[in-house]
Design a binder for this molecule. Structure first.
Ligand SMILES: Cc1cc2nc3c(=O)[nH]c(=O)nc-3n(C[C@H](O)[C@H](O)[C@H](O)COP(=O)(O)O)c2cc1C
Length: 432
């Protein structure tokens, strides 16, 4: 074995430089924020076995805690927002409220929380449960979780930290309150032991696709992530969420919808198509099915790979699976085909072409009422982000569709969400 000759492998995703580079590229491109998803378990669902995920390095086999990554990126950027997932099922509201208040201080007001209820049995097993909580129950619990966190974030008034050396006053006790939250699922006394942060609280993000999930998103989220490969699906989702938000008495313009896509950009259309084809051909069907098994919380290892996809009821993300099955039925796809498709980018649409053509697709989707903005997902990091920032961003700027400079400092300002107000209405103990 030529041990001395093989260059050492640098596991990029475990180094700070990897994240700093992504942050700097996206900030150069004037992005609103970078997002890090998270699961609290290795992807052990396909065949109830970790062997293949480990060998193949499938999604979420190994990831760093996103709150640590967020703090690290925040230290080398000045404007870029940092959005991370934290589970409302496996944390306590106090712990979570403290993490996000701290992150909001450390990033000077650039943090967002993607609220998830956690999808998988593997996560439950890591936290001492044999099975995970029922879908509807998880959302009921998450609802109270968010209320309790909001109460904790409002326990310090903005001017409570006095730091008056002359009179020896650290904080004004009349401006810091206990919250005494005593609900069905959570009890927390408060106040938070972190002063009011620059944004007041993190920007709230969600990505529900079930009926209950969409209601939750429409009630709480200020930004919503969406995956749908078809323009019709994206339009329907957009209209649905906006009308649900109105039903909850919210301004639908303050509930931003961000569908995701993967760009493949080339100097010519044919180069871009070759890039996309190369990427898609490399996709490994088993890796796709391992990830599909995690997202749906259903073991797809028990089916014939070369048969049509069966009509099964899954306990995880029903929406993505329904989309996969709809397309599979239409195009006569086998489970292997679905696995390959899923590995190409978890059903994300691909925008392929020159910078102008990719900008055309973004503009079209925006004008068709599918989106308020977009999540740019990378086929490779940081290559995809570099290509996009160097070619598509300037094209969008030329068209007046994208900022040329940040005009604010906080993520709320980038997103045009306005200030957080914690009036009595936000006390929420009894609000519906
Ligand atoms: C773009 C996007 C990102 C997501 N990120 C996460 C994540 O990081 N962790 C997680 O457990 N779930 C994540 N989800 C899953 C959602 O929170 C949600 O559970 C899923 O879309 C299914 O919807 P439902 O909960 O309404 O059934 C994500 C979903 C989407 C579309």
């Amino acid at each position: 074995m030529r041990r001395g000759v093989i260059p050492p492998v640098t596991p990029g995703f475990t180094t700070p430089e990897y994240y700093h580079r992504i942050g700097r590229i996206l900030e150069r491109g004037k992005f609103d924020f970078v997002f890090f998803a998270d699961l609290l378990a290795a992807p052990i669902r396909f065949g109830d076995d970790i062997t293949e995920p480990l060998r193949r390095g499938t999604q979420a086999t190994a990831t760093l805690d996103p709150s640590i990554v967020a703090a690290s990126i925040g230290a080398v950027t000045q404007k870029l927002g940092v959005a991370i997932t934290k589970s409302a099922t496996y944390f306590h509201p106090y712990e979570l409220a403290r993490i996000f208040a701290s992150l909001d201080h450390i990033t000077r007001g650039r943090v967002a929380w993607n609220i998830v209820t956690s999808l998988t049995q593997s996560e439950a097993r890591n936290f001492g449960h044999d099975d995970h909580l029922d879908h509807e129950f998880r959302y009921e619990r998450a609802d109270e979780f968010v209320r309790a966190a909001l109460e904790l974030w409002s326990s310090w008034d903005p001017d409570a930290l006095v730091l008056d050396k002359k009179d020896g006053v650290f904080a004004d006790p009349s401006r810091v309150r206990a919250v005494d939250h005593d609900g069905r699922f959570f009890k927390t006394r408060g106040p938070l032991n972190v002063p009011r942060s620059p944004q007041g609280r993190p920007v709230l993000i969600q990505a529900g696709s079930s009926n209950t999930g969409k209601d939750f998103a429409a009630r709480w989220a200020e930004a919503i992530f969406e995956i749908d490969p078809t323009p019709e699906g994206r339009r329907a989702y957009y209209d649905d969420i906006k009308s649900r938000a109105s039903d909850f008495g919210r301004d639908p313009d303050k509930v931003l919808i961000f569908p995701a896509f993967i760009p493949f950009i080339g100097e010519t259309e044919s180069i871009a198509r070759k890039k996309a084809a190369f990427h898609n051909e490399l996709a490994d069907p088993i890796s796709g099915l391992i990830t599909l098994s995690v997202h749906t919380d259903h073991d797809f290892s028990v089916y014939d790979l070369d048969a049509p996809v069966e009509d099964v009821r899954v306990s995880g993300t029903q929406g993505l699976f329904d989309t996969a099955r709809r397309v599979a039925n239409r195009d006569n796809l086998t489970l292997r085909d679905i696995g390959k498709w899923y590995a190409q980018g978890v059903l994300l649409p691909q925008f392929v072409g020159t910078a102008e053509q990719v900008a055309d697709q973004i503009e079209e989707s925006f004008n068709a009422g599918e989106a308020d903005g977009f999540m740019v997902s990378a086929a490779q990091t940081p290559g995809t982000f570099n290509d996009f920032v160097d070619s598509v961003v300037p094209e969008l700027q030329r068209r007046g569709l994208f900022r040329t400079e940040y005009t604010g400092d906080t993520l709320r300002e980038h997103l045009g969400l306005g200030d957080v107000t914690f009036g009595p209405a936000q006390r929420l103990q009894s609000a519906s």
